[in-house]
Design a protein. Structure first.
Ligand code: FAD
Length: 412
């Protein structure tokens, strides 16, 4: 389809947002700072309530045609460019968007997109549409105890028995698995080819016999991610996503969506520059030249990140898959989150480590303890730098010593 005029489209988006959301409020004092947690520390009932709140907005967005903006129309998307998606995020940031969770983001921005792109027409109708509308929730069953940065080394196996696949293995760090209906799982289906070539993707029902989810308690208090054990789990062939052996392509596309969602999305994660400024004001520190310097540095970095998100979006081709440049925005987002926590901690000193009851102070501990997680999730800072070096700057690649079939690699 021909692309709508960007300015007219923006106006239309703004009008729609104004009809469903309240305008964003800038915190005037530390007490008014919104939720400062990077990862929620909620009871199961509270988490379910939060998920329901998020779903109301996601459904409205889907029904208005503003979900999956960059997916091609024949894959169930709006067929627009990354620049439209960035414009939507920018317009959205002027409103009070309901707080989101990792699971909503994984369902809509990762699994929904991947199943739309790689699934059959039937899978798109039955699952992708439901994920994009958050009627069904899906987690990402990729990482394993021995396969994080080196994801292609995964050992979870799937063997075909007639019209079914039998899956055995273990996944870890699976965000939201305890609330998910399905999981997009990567499994090794052929150990006798190079490691990337022998992987297949499946959509696993999380209530299938043999799936066991064990929440992991994090240092910030909550348990937003899990270990998932799979013992003889039977999945029908109709839940295979893509061809046998196409799993690595599904994985890399999903991870590129993840970097874009983490780096470019405006889902609130922890404190923002506006929250730090409100904190400095409430502590009476805004006249201190050193504090002003730190605040200015944070402001400039936040502005640079926003400009980079915009630039990457403008240079990305239309067609649904973000390029390696998304690593730049992911890296800048996790760096900004860390620095935001550091400036808040410097402002507060010991007050951040003890709950004195003073509003808007100890809450920053939730930010500080959660921020390191974002330097790992969706590919670590070091891996983003490798991707930028090799695929954006075209520097010589790291030495690869694992070009033989997976079964011949040491330890297999
Ligand atoms: C908050 C959070 C949520 C997550 N959610 C999910 C989820 O929902 N689903 C899922 O599948 N996974 C999830 N993960 C897992 C995440 O993708 C992995 O933690 C990440 O890919 C790193 O893998 P690892 O933890 O095994 O670390 P490792 O790969 O063991 O890395 C250890 C260290 O070595 C460095 N390193 C490794 N290889 C290289 C290299 N080649 N060059 C330079 N440095 C290197 C890393 O940067 C890191 O510092 C989540 C993680 C976090 C923290």
């Amino acid at each position: 389809m021909s692309q709508p005029d960007p300015d007219a489209w923006r106006t239309q988006v703004r009008q729609w947002l104004a009809g469903v959301l309240e305008p964003a409020r800038t915190p005037q004092s530390a007490t008014e700072a919104a939720d400062l947690a990077v990862f929620h520390n909620l009871s199961e009932d509270e988490e379910r309530l939060l998920l329901e709140r998020c779903r109301v907005y996601q459904r409205a967005r889907f029904d208005a045609g503003y979900q999956a903006l960059t997916l091609p129309e024949d894959k169930g998307g709006a067929g627009l460019t990354a620049a439209h998606a960035a414009a939507f995020a920018e317009e959205e940031s002027a409103f009070e968007v309901p707080p989101s969770t990792e699971l909503i983001s994984v369902t809509v921005r990762l699994v929904g997109m991947a199943v739309s792109l790689f699934g059959t027409a039937e899978q798109r109708d039955t699952y992708a549409r439901e994920f994009l509308r958050t009627d069904l929730l899906a987690c990402q069953l990729f990482s394993e105890p021995g396969a994080g940065s080196d994801l292609a080394a995964l050992r979870t196996r799937a063997r075909q028995e007639g019209d079914e696949w039998v899956i055995d293995g273990q996944k870890v760090w699976t965000s939201g698995a305890q609330f998910a209906d399905h999981g997009l799982l990567l499994a090794r289906t052929d150990p006798d080819v190079v490691k990337q070539a022998g992987i297949t993707a499946f959509l696993v029902p999380m209530d299938a016999t043999g799936v066991e989810v064990r929440p992991i308690r994090q240092m910030s208090g909550g348990a937003s991610f899990n270990e998932v054990f799979l013992s003889g789990v039977r999945v029908p062939d109709r839940l295979r996503i893509g061809r046998p052996g196409q799993g690595w392509e599904v994985a890399t596309a999903t991870l590129a969506f993840e970097r874009t969602a983490s780096g470019g999305g405006n889902r609130r994660k922890g404190g923002t520059f506006a929250d730090v400024l409100a904190l400095a004001r409430s502590l009476g520190r805004t006249e201190d030249p050193l504090v002003r310097q730190r605040l200015a540095d944070l402001y400039v970095r936040a502005a640079l990140r926003a400009a980079t998100v915009d630039r990457v979006a403008r240079t990305s081709a239309a067609g649904g898959r973000p390029g390696p440049e998304a690593s730049l925005t992911k890296l800048m987002a996790s760096d900004l989150l860390t620095r935001t926590g550091q400036v808040a901690a410097e402002l507060m000193g010991a007050r951040i480590s003890a709950d004195t009851g003073e509003a808007g102070t100890f809450a920053w501990a939730q930010h500080l303890l959660g921020a390191p997680g974002y330097r790992l999730a969706g590919g670590t800072d070091q891996i983003q730098r490798n991707l930028i070096g090799e695929r954006v700057l075209k520097l010589p690649p790291e030495p690869r010593v694992d070009r033989m079939p997976f079964s011949q690699l040491p330890g297999n």
